[in-house]
Write a protein of this length. Structure first.
Length: 71
């Protein structure tokens, strides 16, 4: 019986020589989760004014990029 991670790995790599594996994908996912958790901790330790300024900057940048895509 194969796990869902093994099936995903098999779908990504049909040949015998493949750079991707289920273990590598899980490692990358774990690193991404740890990085996100670290950044969230840093963000939450900032002051309210700084967090609000970051939110406004990110929101403005996203709106600008969406406007570029829709034009």
């Amino acid at each position: 019986m194969t796990t869902s991670i093994e099936r995903i790995g098999d779908q990504l790599c049909a040949d015998d020589h493949c750079e991707l594996s289920a273990q590598k994908m899980m490692g990358v996912a774990l690193l991404g989760a740890l990085g996100s958790l670290t950044l969230y901790y840093i963000y939450m330790s900032l002051g309210d004014d700084t967090r609000e300024a970051i939110k406004e900057n990110i929101t403005a940048a996203l709106k600008q990029n969406l406007n570029k895509l829709t034009q």
